[in-house]
Design a protein around this ligand. Structure first.
Ligand code: FAD
Ligand code: SIN
Length: 523
């Protein structure tokens, strides 16, 4: 089956949906999501969305905080763009029906998080992402011109390679014509042709064993663009959130928002002693990479499995009011956070790099945009400031929509694209080959390519992954397409990119820390 659209949007988080809403009045749109529309990283966001709202905050301060976190790797133009466009995009979110908490004076109740010098985090209780996702989906459904294709899994983007023309990676003439998409219910691969395609497939947390990300975060968009020879960058900068709830039986790991440290939460060893002052003068409010490394170090030194986050000294009613979901979740496990300390561990949380895009969200492949967590805009550099990602997705989706609208009339649909060819393939007889390799990839990434790295660990990870890569490619060539095998293949591609870029960096910077080069190279 072949479908045709002006705008193909792969992903239904904040990036994909806000872009779709902005182009919907100017052509035909398809939004595809590999599960349900609402199952996204966006829906899991707790802390909130950063934007300068009131004095004494200023754009300059937010820019400065972002640059400090980015550790010399941010693109100043991208930083300025996101921060100065943010208030306008917040208004847009409000006009789509999102609600943020206000104080008694009727002003937005702004939180402050690690690395921020001011209160500037708009939030909806402790489930901001779910509120944003709800409003966006409601707005999307009111646009009858948008086709919503749930349970549709993008396998690969379509480029000249599918017409038998080989394009070298450094050439600028790769063109995206749409995507091959597995209709999961029918079990068939459809050809979706589009004038422009937006990649908004989110993060990569599921490449690791322990992550705050939902299972959908397998880096599919990055892997697809990599296979199509698009430019990918900054993959070594994987952010580990310092405080996910320690509960071995749960995947994804439940996040204990950073806002809790902003609220006065104190990190303690199992014996109750504080330790963050030993690592950074900002104590518990140090940026999350420093906190994650400090916790990692404490756990390794002491052979313990978790540390505690303690808000038991704060007024109980206020804690319940600010963090109702965390309160409820912990209570369900027998932890009353108003009295008990919360056991926490770091977990893979966010990818700062990804598909390289310019200030219009355009990737190195023509007619292919990328926004949200799968993209690398230059905002985060080597480390992301908390709550800067939802706003980045909104601002870049807006820029990409404006850019796409300028050229859409001039782009022709390419109708010479062949159907997906699966001749000679069959269903794998032993699914264990896929499930076991998947576990191995996650273990390799967590054990060797985690918070603290070294040459020997990275080399070992590279060698191990290569074996699994060869086995999987051979299996893929002979198999009918399934989501499981595509996920495995994509995770291997993403793991490879992280390791490759980490090995290249002969220094420690931002989120990339290696014991072999503990210092930063001069700028
Ligand atoms: P997502 O929201 O993850 O959406 C990805 C979409 O792509 C999904 O619809 C998925 O189905 C689809 N997709 C993926 N692959 C395919 C495929 N092959 N075919 C079809 N569809 C596909 N950021 C903040 O700024 N503030 C916060 O407070 C905050 N808290 C967070 C808390 C948690 C627990 C987590 C996990 C993240 C948090 N983040 C936060 C990060 C932020 O939520 C994400 O970076 C952001 O939501 C990503 O949005 P997105 O639209 O790029 O991707
Ligand atoms: C959190 O609430 O701690 C997550 C914030 C973020 O990832 O930006």
């Amino acid at each position: 089956m072949t479908r045709e659209y002006d705008f193909l949007v792969i992903g239904s988080g904040i990036a994909g949906l806000s872009y779709a809403l902005k182009v919907a009045d100017y052509g035909t749109v398809a939004v595809i999501s590999k599960t349900e529309l609402k199952e996204t990283n966006t829906a899991y966001a707790q802390g909130g969305i950063a934007s300068v709202m009131y004095q004494p905050d200023s754009f300059e301060k937010h820019i400065e905080d972002t640059l400090i976190a980015g550790d010399g790797e941010c693109d100043l133009e991208a930083v300025k763009k996101v921060i100065t466009d943010a208030p306008e995009q917040i208004k847009q979110l409000l006009s789509w029906g999102t609600s943020f908490d206000k104080n008694a004076e009727g002003d937005f109740d702004l939180h402050r998080e690690g690395g921020h010098s001011e209160h500037r985090i708009l939030h909806h209780k402790d489930n901001t992402g779910a509120e944003i996702q709800r409003a966006l989906i409601q707005e999307l459904r009111s646009h009858k011109s948008i086709d919503i294709l749930e349970d549709h899994f993008a396998v690969d983007i379509i480029t000249q390679h599918h017409l038998g023309k080989v394009t070298e990676p450094w050439m600028k003439d790769i063109i995206c014509y749409g995507a091959y998409v597995l209709n999961k219910k029918e079990g068939s691969v459809e050809t979706i042709l589009a004038k422009t395609t937006m990649m908004a497939t989110g993060g990569i947390g599921s490449v690791y064993q322990t992550t705050t990300n939902p299972l959908i975060a397998t880096g599919d968009g990055i892997a697809m663009v990599f296979r199509a020879k698009g430019i990918i960058e900054n993959m070594e900068f994987v952010q580990f959130h310092p405080t996910s709830l320690y509960n071995l039986s749960e995947r994804p790991s439940f996040l204990i928002t950073e806002a809790m440290r902003g609220y006065g939460g104190i990190l303690r060893r199992i014996d109750g002693s504080e330790f963050m002052e030993d690592y950074d003068e900002r104590g518990c409010l140090a940026p999350r990479d420093i906190v994650a490394r400090a916790i990692d170090n404490e756990l390794k030194l002491r052979g313990e499995e978790f540390v505690y986050l303690d808000v038991s000294h704060k007024p109980a009613e206020e804690t319940k009011e600010h963090f109702p979901n965390i309160y409820k979740k912990c209570k369900s496990l027998g932890i009353d956070i108003t009295k008990d300390m919360i056991p926490v561990v770091p977990a893979a949380h966010y990818l700062c790099g990804g598909i390289k895009v310019d200030l219009n969200g355009q990737s190195s492949i023509n007619n292919l945009y990328a926004t949200g967590e799968c993209s690398s805009t230059g905002l985060h550099g080597a480390n992301r400031l908390a709550s800067n990602s939802l706003i980045e997705a909104l601002v870049f989706a807006n820029a990409a929509a404006k850019d796409a609208l300028k050229s859409i009339e001039d782009i022709e649909i390419n109708r010479k694209i062949p159907d997906w060819n699966d001749e000679g393939t069959s269903h794998p007889e032993e699914m264990i080959l896929i499930t076991q390799s998947n576990k191995e990839v996650q273990q390799i990434m967590s054990k060797y390519v985690g918070i603290v790295r070294s040459n020997i660990r990275l080399n070992r990870a590279y060698d191990r992954l290569e074996v699994i890569y060869r086995e999987t490619e051979s299996l893929f060539q002979n198999s009918k397409v399934s989501e499981k095998i595509c996920h495995l293949r994509n995770k291997i591609n993403v793991g490879y990119l992280i390791i490759k870029m980490a090995r290249k960096r002969k220094e420690s910077r931002g989120l990339h820390y290696t014991i072999d080069y503990p210092n930063k190279l001069p700028e």
